[in-house]
Design a protein. Structure first.
Length: 747
């Protein structure tokens, strides 16, 4: 047996030995919360004599469940009967036992997302709503309602500002009826129906209240309304509810978690004991100082400060770069340097980004240095579905016989061409020895489709023909034309409206930037050559070292629960982090908690970086450093940034410089600025290049050289005294100049 309560520190032991009534354990990052929870369970069994069968421990992920089981197996033996489970698995067990009360058979099916999508699409067709509503929108609303425990009628009343509120109500009702007829539940139903069961059948609730005398919940700050209600009901008889969590790590409000569940625990359960685990076993003192500095600016939190006995360690390093490319090049170079100098493994490094769309430059730099990397919690840039969809359109234009690409996007965006209709196209092509695209172009004479599928195939064929006639445009303009004609911005912005964390349109914009950079570097290249370069780039991103050793790129949300020796928190700029949406919705505190989570992933070294300029479509955007940088350095006044912005009349801090060189300050009123654009931009520039207005030399600008004559700038890159322009001269080709010293004049 591996149970020794004397191995705990005093705060941990105090929490473990508090066995009766409601108990809240505020467990700071790296403070040993899993150890406390498992020792508490073992203490109940071995010291208090509680039956293992009467103990419940709930987690959020299968990974956490397995870890907890392994620890308890070592303490109590592998045959122990403690019920360790995720929320969904617990509810599934309860429903298998009691679902007949709700009109289901015990062998009910659990639908995956593809099953749900098919059902919702069918309902949209039946009600003739498929031209007005996307199935993802309907699914999102249904899931949102169920996570809050609302019936269709309740959701209709509470969320009546949505344009298609009545349609959602009707679809939600029919969706529930359809699932009941199918004897099936979706993933949300496992919680939703359990709560419904407990609300309407007290004898079912009583059975499980008696079964679980002691209830434990991990990551309590992530519970939504239904999960909290289920736990509260289960603890209703004995009142022994032990929850562990950290309000400072509550980062899933957009997914339905309710921060107030942990903030108000002692008010909801009067007399609850509250324990604080503040000793961090993971990070150095300097790293924790930065974390405490940042999170102390939040108001909605329990007061606490992490500390450590690891006194040695480097200062947190803050770095500002002129451009996003400079930032990525330096970060990847520093990783290679640290590995070489200190014998780190690539596994020891992580780059944390606020949104997945920010990964491209880092991925390219990893590839350039042949360093293997893993995009944890997501796909590498060229492997993302939205990028593959766009590439599929380009592939068809270059290779009309590419049936794989046709299958991928013939019904993207939605054109009413389902699997059955597509299979008819394939069969007709095979039976008549024709290429699939040839059948598409002659679909009316084939006489195999009618109605919406026929119209969809006609529209798709016309689109491909249109692209073929525009293929001779320069690559960058052509790809932008394809994106515009497909309507990708409308498609993906609609998705982002439903899911604030959806980065698909941002990824498309990053891809367009990639195309422009390629076009500038290879101005005479064809679309076929560009496609070949993307395939090679995807393969190149694999690196050439042992696949067991790779650096990590991940979003900050996905990084929760992970730790690394060296962490780079990058792209820390206003409107990126905190995000523009969080500022608009006055939700910066959750962004600040996300920064706290990101900082506390680091064990030995922490770097926080930002770039002064970043590409947004055709524009270069100059942004102020994130307020979290100032806070990490020790700024305590939560309103300091707002006061600064107000003083200088900055409503939206982004400064843009368009391709034509016209500067503008994005703001929501017309009051004259007290601080000039040039002042802010110059504050980031080195003094040795300020005497020349380098910012006027932008992509597309016409310039004159005393020797080479007139030319056009195709790309500007670098920072400080090294800012460089590649200029295309009609007779001489491309030449590169350092703008600080080159005798170039704007025309």
């Amino acid at each position: 047996m591996d149970f020794n309560i004397d191995m705990l520190n005093s705060a941990q032991r105090c929490a473990v030995e508090d066995t009766e009534g409601p108990v809240l354990v505020l467990a700071g990052a790296g403070s040993g919360k899993t150890r406390v929870l498992t020792h508490r369970v073992a203490h109940l069994v071995m010291s208090k004599g509680i039956s293992q069968y009467r103990i419940l421990a709930i987690t959020f992920t299968n990974k956490a469940t397995n870890e907890m089981r392994e620890r308890l197996n070592k303490m109590l033996g592998e045959d122990n009967r403690v019920f360790v489970s995720t929320f969904h698995s617990l509810c599934c067990t309860i429903l298998r036992d009691q679902c007949t009360k709700l009109g289901y058979d015990r062998n009910f099916s659990i639908l995956d997302q593809n099953d749900v999508l098919r059902i919702v699409k069918k309902l949209l067709r039946e009600f003739d709503y498929d031209d007005d509503l996307k199935p993802e929108t309907v699914i999102n609303h249904i899931s949102k309602a169920k996570s809050r425990g609302l019936t269709p009628a309740q959701y209709f009343i509470e969320d009546n500002d949505f344009e298609y509120n009545r349609e959602i109500f009707e679809l939600f009702n029919n969706y529930n009826e359809t699932l009941l007829q199918l004897n099936a539940m979706d993933f949300d139903d496992l919680l939703y129906k359990t709560d419904e069961l407990f609300n309407n059948f007290p004898e079912a609730l009583s059975k499980y209240q008696e079964r679980f005398q002691y209830i434990h919940v991990d990551e309590f700050q992530d519970t939504n309304a239904v999960q909290f209600d289920i736990v509260k009901k289960l603890a209703g008889k004995y009142g022994n509810l032990f929850v562990v969590g950290d309000d400072d790590q509550s980062i899933y409000g957009w997914r339905g978690s309710v921060l107030e569940n942990i903030l108000n625990f002692d008010k909801i359960f009067p007399g609850a004991n509250v324990h604080k685990l503040l000793r961090n076993y993971r990070s150095t003192e300097k790293i924790l100082e930065a974390a405490n500095n940042v999170i102390s600016n939040n108001k909605a939190r329990h007061d606490k400060n992490l500390y450590t006995e690891i006194k040695i360690g480097d200062d947190v390093e803050f770095r500002n770069f002129w451009s996003e490319r400079n930032e990525a090049e330096w970060v990847i170079g520093e990783i290679a340097s640290l590995k070489r100098r200190f014998n780190y493994s690539y596994n020891d490094f992580a780059i944390l980004i606020r949104a997945s769309s920010l990964s491209r430059h880092f991925e390219n730099c990893f590839a350039d240095l042949r360093i293997s990397y893993n995009f944890y919690g997501g796909h590498k840039f060229f492997d993302r579905a939205e990028i593959k969809n766009l590439l599929a359109y380009l592939r068809i234009i270059c290779n009309p016989r590419d049936a794989v690409a046709i299958e991928r996007i013939i019904n993207f965006p939605h054109r009413g061409i389902g699997e059955v209709s597509f299979n008819k196209l394939v069969k007709y092509a095979q039976d008549n020895s024709k290429d699939l695209l040839e059948v598409v172009f002659n679909i009316q004479s084939a006489n195999i489709l009618s109605g919406k599928p026929l119209k969809g195939v006609l529209d798709f064929g016309n689109l491909i023909l249109d692209f073929t006639t525009h293929k001779d445009m320069d690559i960058s303009s052509f790809v932008k034309y394809v994106v515009s004609k497909i309507g990708l911005e409308e498609v993906y912005m609609a998705m982002k409206k439903e899911d604030k964390e959806d980065d698909k349109w941002d990824n498309i914009k990053q891809f367009l930037q990639h195309v422009e950079e390629y076009s500038n570097e290879y101005p005479s290249s064809s679309i076929e050559e560009f496609l070949q370069s993307t395939v090679l780039a995807s393969e190149r991103h694999g690196g050439n070292v042992d696949e067991c050793e790779f650096a990590t790129i991940t979003t900050m949300h996905s990084a929760k629960g992970l730790e690394f020796k060296v962490v780079f928190i990058v792209a820390c700029e206003e409107d990126i982090f905190p995000s523009y949406q969080s500022k608009e919705k006055n939700n910066v505190e959750e962004e600040r908690r996300l920064m706290y989570v990101a900082i506390t992933r680091a064990r030995e070294k922490l770097y926080i970086t930002n770039a002064t300029s970043r590409m947004r479509g055709d524009n270069v955007v100059y942004a102020l450093p994130s307020r979290f940088i100032r806070e990490a350095k020790g700024a305590r006044n939560v309103n300091a940034y707002a006061e600064y912005a107000k003083k200088h009349n900055i409503i939206n801090e982004s400064i843009t410089k368009t391709q034509s060189g016209v500067e503008s300050y994005k703001k929501t009123d017309t009051t004259k600025n007290e601080i000039s654009v040039q002042q802010i931009v110059n504050s980031y520039k080195k003094t040795d290049v300020q005497e020349k207005d380098i910012l006027s030399f932008t992509n597309g600008a016409r310039v004159k050289h005393p020797t080479y004559g007139e030319g056009k700038i195709i790309v500007v890159y670098g920072s400080g005294a090294d800012i460089t322009a590649s200029v295309l001269f009609q007779e001489l080709g491309v030449k590169k100049f350092k703008l600080a010293v080159a005798p170039l004049e704007l025309i």
